[in-house]
Design a protein around this ligand. Structure first.
Ligand code: ATP
Length: 200
């Protein structure tokens, strides 16, 4: 059976990646959510757990073997080198997990891999096409403040500062979905869905 076309979908925090992936999912498209899988693998993947403990110490996990997210979050907070080290451990394990997943999707015409750091982590190079979801910073901040009670405007500004600028992401995209209230999102998704289904 033919291997599905592999489409990456990315965008800055609050751009609307998850919302748009839910629309593709409703259309029957298999979606791999790399950010959720990364969180899951940090508590289920033996190799990754071992590497995190080795790099960050035994405090990274509690007595029950649960990831000490708060502690780890504080440890890497505002320390780009430590965050980069954590990402360097997590990304290869997510890539391995994705590679196992994609071989189970041979019936699909195309699949989506959703990831906030698709460009930053380098995984874009293994994908056939990339969609960037774009929305202005102010709108993204407004939406995330409504979604996440625990986050402040300053937190979000800091996160945006640490992500690849949206303009740069857009310049690397094969397709852009505008989620800035200037265009309806569903017709943009339907148009891409039709296009990907017609790809050879
Ligand atoms: P993250 O990078 O944090 O995972 P994301 O890019 O996946 O974010 P979403 O969670 O899809 O973004 O969207 C952020 C919030 O904005 C959500 O609460 C979502 O429901 C809302 N949202 C996204 N797009 C729209 C829209 N076009 N109209 C109204 N609300 C929207």
């Amino acid at each position: 059976m033919q291997q599905p076309v592999q489409i990456g979908i990315t965008g800055g925090i609050g751009s609307g990646k998850s919302l748009i992936c839910r629309i593709f999912h409703v259309l029957g498209v298999p979606v791999y959510d790399a950010d959720s899988q990364a969180k899951k693998l940090m508590t289920t993947d033996g190799i990754l757990i071992h590497q995190i403990k080795k790099e960050f110490g035994s405090l990274s996990y509690d007595d029950k073997g649960e990831l000490n997210r708060e502690w780890l979050g504080k440890t890497v907070f505002n320390q780009p080198d430590k965050l980069a080290r954590l990402n360097a451990l997590v990304h290869p394990r997510v890539a391995a997990d994705y590679n196992q997943w994609i071989v189970t999707q041979s019936g699909a015409k195309y699949c989506l891999k959703e990831a906030a750091l698709l460009f930053e982590a380098g995984s874009f190079q293994w994908l056939d096409k990339i969609i960037v979801v774009a929305a202005p910073d102010a709108l993204r901040i407004k939406r995330v403040l409504q979604r996440d009670a625990h986050r402040s405007k300053e937190d979000l500004e800091r996160i945006i500062q640490n992500q690849m600028p949206q303009e740069e992401k857009m310049s690397k995209a094969d397709y852009i979905i505008k989620n800035d209230e200037s265009e309806l999102v569903v017709p943009q998704v339907l148009k891409l869905h039709e296009w990907f289904n017609s790809m050879k």
